[in-house]
Design a protein around this ligand. Structure first.
Ligand SMILES: C[S@@+](CC[C@H](N)C(=O)[O-])C[C@H]1O[C@@H](n2cnc3c(N)ncnc32)[C@H](O)[C@@H]1O
Length: 267
């Protein structure tokens, strides 16, 4: 039985659950901070479940519950042009800096959730009228989030930061509350399932956005990830992190800080 009050009770059972969950989903819960354990426990309370075996039985036999579980853990909330002032910096200063005349920009939205971030980036690229069409890879561990991303249909509240001219150019109004991203923008983004902790990274990116993803990860996992991002960037390429994040020891890692939340690979 899992104690109703203390989520750290029954560590052996939780260890067993994590192993089975890894076999089921490919997601290693050990990489995530302790708060993930607390969230598992909160969900169990909500579902009125008091042991991990029962939780595993439920999520391994009921697809809907499995999705609810993943959604609850990964907290994949996003919005278009999240932190709009950062997108302004990206548009006016960073993209012109990483553009090269001889080839198209190679960008990656790592932990893209339901697609708002890579689509926002595609809109910025489109407005900049870059002659060589940029390539945007958008990845996430959560398959359901990716399915939603590919459909490209969103509620109005997720579009609050979209400027009126972009709303006109890049969205189709489907109903009072629903908007669909235009085909031109959809065509610019290539969605793929990818685990940042376990899977290898592609190389030679000019720009990587990894925002509001690493906050759930353990410190060592996070550091390893930043090293992998550095290696995935070309020298001169830029990593953009979330508004509450910073890379400690970025110099040793081979970055320089060019603006708050933007790090350039220098070696
Ligand atoms: C809060 S969302 C961030 C979305 C977007 N980057 C933004 O800032 O609006 C975090 C996303 O990270 C994803 N994620 C968590 N762990 C991951 C991992 N190991 N590999 C890839 N994606 C992961 C989650 O599935 C979720 O969609």
């Amino acid at each position: 039985m899992v104690s109703k009050n203390d989520y750290t009770s029954f560590p052996r059972e939780y260890e067993e659950f994590k192993k089975k969950f890894f076999e089921l989903s490919g997601i290693n819960l050990n990489s995530y901070k302790h708060q993930i354990h607390r969230r598992v426990h909160m969900l169990m309370k909500k579902w009125n479940i008091d042991n991990y075996d029962e939780l595993f039985r439920l999520i391994s036999t009921d697809k809907g519950k499995y999705m609810d579980f993943l959604n609850y853990l990964t907290i994949n909330v996003s919005e278009f042009f999240r932190n709009p002032e950062r997108f302004d910096t990206l548009e006016k200063e960073i993209i012109p800096m990483v553009m090269r005349p001889d080839r198209s920009i190679k960008a990656w939205s790592a932990g893209c959730a339901t697609g708002e971030e890579p689509y926002s980036l595609a809109m910025v690229f489109e407005d900049l009228k870059i002659s060589k069409t940029p390539r945007i890879l958008a990845t996430d561990i959560d398959r359901d989030a990716l399915e939603k991303a590919k459909k490209g249909i969103y509620e109005a509240k997720q579009l609050q930061n979209v400027k009126p001219d972009r709303l006109r150019k890049y969205f189709l109004k489907k109903s009072d509350n629903l908007y669909e991203v235009s085909q031109v923008i959809k065509n610019r983004v290539n969605f793929k399932r990818h685990d940042l902790v376990l899977d290898p990274f592609d190389k030679d990116f000019d720009l990587i956005l990894c925002r509001n993803v690493v906050i759930y990860l353990e410190r060592e996992v996070k550091e390893k990830l930043y090293r992998k991002f550095r290696d995935a960037l070309r020298i001169g390429g830029v990593l953009m992190v979330g508004n509450t994040e910073q890379i400690f020891g970025y110099r040793e890692l081979g970055f320089r800080s060019i603006k708050p939340f933007f790090y350039q690979r220098v070696k």
